[in-house]
Write a protein of this length. Sequence first.
Length: 94
Amino acid sequence: MIRSFKIIPISLFIGLSSLLFAEKLDVFFGTVGKKANGIYQATFDQNTGHLSEPKRIVDTRSPGFLATHPSLPIIYAVARTSDGGIVQAFRIRQ
């Protein structure tokens, strides 16, 4: 028995529209090691797959783990200090 399947145009449109109207995303990088000097930000273009040149946005020592707040423009970083480690919070300028 041969079965045929129908492609539902609406789901195809939703998939294509998400690609056509994709936005640029901010990407944040922490640094670790002896020469680690901060948090960097770059922009990822979902349409082209291009990642911009990273720019240092925060000077802090070895921010190896980063997390963004779910609804506020805040990034949290676990950083190394001479006394051990700390958690820092920084406001992201839009």
